[in-house]
Structure formats: C-alpha cells, structure tokens
Write a protein that binds this ligand. Structure first.
Ligand code: NAP
Length: 244
C-alpha cells in the first residue's frame, strides 16, 4: 500500500517542491495551504493528471480546529499519515526593538505552535502503529541567529529543541523526528532581498550559489525514506557550506 505524507505550506517554495518529489516517489500526498488556494489547486491537478494521488487541504496551522479537521480529511481520503513534513512558516525582518507583541505571538503561533498542533494530530496513529517520520523545517538562522531576524531565529531555534526532545520521547515508539535547517533558498520568503544582498550571500557561500527548493526537498525525501532508518533527532543543513 502507498504511504501517505502531509506537507504543510505546500502552496509555494520548498513545500511545493517537496510535495512534487513525494508524489513522484509514489506517496499519497496531502498538500496543505493557508491562503494560496490557486497555486496549490493547480499543482494537485497537475499531479493528478500525471497519475499521482494528491489532495489539497486548507488550514491555518496555528489553529487547532483547522489542523484537526485537515488531518481528519487526509485520514478519510488516504488513511493514516506515515510522514509529516512541518514546513509551513513565515519570516519578517525587523529591528528587535520594533517587534510588536502581536508580531511575536503570530510568528511563534505559525512557526512553532503549528508544528506542535500538527505533531499532536498525527501522533496517536503513529504511536499505535509504532512507526512514522516527522521532519521539521528550521533554518540556519535557528542555529546561528541573524541580526534583524531575532524573532524568526528564535522560532527556528525552538523547532530544533522540539525536534531533539521529541525524537528522544518517540524513539521507543519507532518514530523518527528530524530537522532540516536550510541556508538561503530562492523562494518568495527572500523576495525582500535586493540583488546586492543576494550577491553578498552567494559570496559568503563556499559553493558560490543560493540554494534551490529541490536541494531541500531531496534532503526531506531522504529523511522520510528507509535509507535514513537509523537517523533521529538530527539537524541536517543543506546550505552550500554557508555554515560549517
Ligand atoms: P514561502 O515560499 O514563503 O512559503 C511559505 C509557505 O508556508 C506557503 O506555502 C504558505 O502558505 C505557508 N504558510 C504560511 N503561513 C501558514 C499558516 N499559518 N498555515 C499554513 N500554511 C502557512 O517559504 P519557503 O521559503 O518555501 O519556506 C518554507 C519553510 O522553509 C519555512 O518554514 C521557512 O522558514 C523555511 N526556510 C526557508 C528558507 C529560505 O531561504 N527560503 C531558509 C531556511 C528555512 P500560503 O501561501 O497558502 O499562505
């Protein structure tokens, strides 16, 4: 029987590419979006035309009711979820002193609470089945911190802590929890960066380039595969050598 993966934030960028890769790998793929229905629907149709099994599910990952109903829809269509990719996320550059309480709470709600809710939603079945894979997307900024990204860096560091602790708790239940912490990847999330900033980042990267979504998607797919059977609680960072 085909395995089922839920990819959050699959409407664009890294999540979009990851969903495509899983579909090509024979998974049933549930693509979550929050606002970008059009692009997600287009990808689901494209995958279905190519003979893959894909569905779209709307949910704001920060809202428990919506997450519960999303997981329920996936279970009804494809059965229990074997792989959860917690990819949905937001970022914003700001001076620390300018961050409002609302901005602080919202980013933690999406980037951290969203993962907590999605994990709690899929875990009862994974624990019952004594198998499952959870892959959480952090960032190099969660490992090193970035100026003018204190809030984002804090949420992404929390993702690493959650991954490691959860891996310890769930290892005895046969569930693997890992983290992917990409370097700078060419997506909408970096659309604020101008040409000069991109050139600077390339110069600081030993491989001399910005990453592509597929570079991250391949690492996620590997961690979900049988080849990664002895890996848990790890942070894998596709970053072109930006952080060594
Ligand atoms: P992106 O192109 O901006 O896409 C963000 C995705 O997250 C979209 O699909 C968006 O869905 C979804 N999303 C945002 N808020 C959501 C919510 N409340 N509920 C459900 N979905 C929500 O970003 P990306 O660059 O692909 O980033 C994907 C992940 O990689 C994020 O966790 C990000 O922090 C991480 N990351 C990115 C980079 C980078 O350089 N790009 C580097 C390191 C880590 P809608 O469009 O439907 O709202």
């Amino acid at each position: 029987m085909n395995k089922t993966v839920l990819v959050t934030g699959a409407s664009r960028g890294i999540g979009y590419e990851t969903a495509k890769l899983f579909a090509k790998g024979g998974y049933n793929v549930a693509l979550n979006y929050n606002q970008s229905k059009k692009s997600t629907e287009a990808l689901v149709n494209e995958l279905a035309k190519a003979g893959h099994r894909a569905m779209l599910v709307q949910a704001d990952v920060a809202c428990r009711e919506q997450v519960v109903s999303m997981i329920d829809s996936v279970n009804k269509r494809f059965g229990e979820i074997d792989v959860l990719v917690n990819n949905a996320g937001m970022a914003k550059q700001a001076l620390f002193t300018d961050i409002s309480l609302q901005e602080w709470d919202r980013m933690f709600d999406v980037n951290v609470k969203g993962m907590f809710l999605c994990c709690q939603g899929v875990l009862p079945a994974m624990i019952r089945n004594k198998s499952g894979k959870i892959i959480n997307i952090s960032s190099v900024w969660g490992m090193t911190g970035a100026s003018c990204e204190v809030l984002y860096s804090s949420t992404k560091a929390a993702v690493i802590g959650m991954t490691k602790a959860l891996a310890k708790e769930l290892g005895p239940s046969g569930i693997q929890v890992n983290c992917v912490a990409p370097g700078v990847i060419d997506t909408d999330m970096n659309s604020d960066l101008d040409e000069n900033a991109f050139e600077d980042l390339k110069e600081q990267t030993p491989l001399g380039t910005i990453g592509k979504c597929i570079d991250v998607a391949e690492v996620i797919a590997f961690l979900a595969s049988e080849k990664a059977g002895f890996i848990t609680g790890q942070v894998i960072s596709p970053n072109g050598g930006f952080l060594i």
